[in-house]
Structures are given as C-alpha cells and as structure tokens.
Design a protein around this ligand. Sequence first.
Ligand code: ADP
Length: 222
Amino acid sequence: MNIILFGPPGAGKGTQSNNLVKDFNLFKVSTGELLRKEINDGTNLGNEIKSTIDKGSLVSDNIINDLIENIILDKKINNRLLFDGYPRNLNQAKNLSKVLNKNNQKLSCVLSLTVNKDSLIKRVLGRQTCSKCGKIFNEFYEPATSDNHNCGQKFLHKRSDDNEKAITNRFETYSRDTLPILDFYKEQNLLHQINGNAKIDDIYKEIRAIISSIDTWHYELS
Ligand code: ADP
C-alpha cells in the first residue's frame, strides 16, 4: 500500500501521517522534513536550498526526484510508503508514477485534506513542533502543556517558513503548482477528498475507513 497525503500548508498532513505510520506500519516520506534535515545538518544541499525554503518557494524538481528515487529503490520499505507533502507539481507526480512503475509498485490512493483558508493561516502561524518526539502543537488551538507533552518546552520550535511573508508565497505556490495535480489523480480514480476542518480524531477515522475499503477491494481482486 502506497499512499499520498495531499493538502495545502497547515492542512494537518503531518498530524495524520504520524498516526498512519504507527497504525499501518508505513514509512513516511515527507520531502519537507527531508529537506529541513539537510539544512539542520548543514550539508551542501541544505545550504543550497535554505533560502528557497525560507521564501516559501519550491526547490528544484531534480533535487526532489533524486531524493525520491533513492527512497523507492529501498526494498525494505517496498509498498509501505506514505508520501506527505509530495508530489508538489505535475512533473513530480508524473515522475513518481514512472519510478513506482519501474520498481513494480503503484499508488493505492491519494487522500486530499481540504481546509478553509483562515484556519490554515492560523494553524501555520501557531504551529510548534517538538524536536524530540515529533508531536505537532498549536499555540492557538492546542498548546503544549505538562498534561499533553512530557519532553519539556525547550524542545518546541517554530519553522523558519511559518511566518506571514513565506506563508503567502506558499499558498500561491500551492494554488498555482500543486492543486492541478488533483485532476491527474482524479482521472486515475485514486482521489479521496476529506474534510480537514473536522476534529483530528474524526478525520483519522475517515482516513482509516477509506484505507480499509481500499484494502478489502485489493483483497477481493486478488
Ligand atoms: P508545508 O506543506 O506545510 O508547506 P513542507 O514541510 O511539506 O510544509 O514543505 C516545506 C517547504 O519545503 C516547501 O515550502 C518547499 O520549499 C520545500 N518542499 C517540500 N517538499 C517539496 C517538493 N516535493 N518539491 C519542492 N519543494 C518542496
């Protein structure tokens, strides 16, 4: 089972993918996280892409396609891939299909989270991530407290692109480059739209229901 979790910045992809990884033994492929790791590790690639990411623009397809190809070649995680925040444009989407195909794999579904714009902005501007446990909090909606988080305040950090200027550009990039991918997947009957304004647990229930219906369907066919 290979899944794409799709949605604008702040749609809740990270939150839902953390649950999915645990429950379905999937391997998360978040290009955003991989790129941020390069920056934090101070690699050549990290230095090259930092200003692009901080501006809220997309890094080049060549960089992304290389990153992804290496992951798909890894047999240990064959057919257990959960793509979060990837692909980001039609070129990346087509390349993903090509590389999966070449490695005898395919996509099972695309789960698209839709959220209204005002909530998205608040979610992004209030977002805080724990660098120790990876949990995502929100200063406005769900602040980290001693009840829901044991690692301590010092591990909480804000992303350098979660500011008003970068977020405006990220939304523009999303509407212009990323949204058109949905038609590509709709034509292949892979697309499932999910109301991302609902409560985290309810969204997750819906996602689980979709995944089990797909799993049954594959089972019946085989
Ligand atoms: P979000 O979806 O909340 O904007 P991500 O963590 O997915 O956050 O991505 C952060 C940034 O990393 C993007 O704004 C972009 O600069 C870069 N990035 C992530 N994934 C890709 C990708 N597939 N192609 C190009 N750039 C990407």
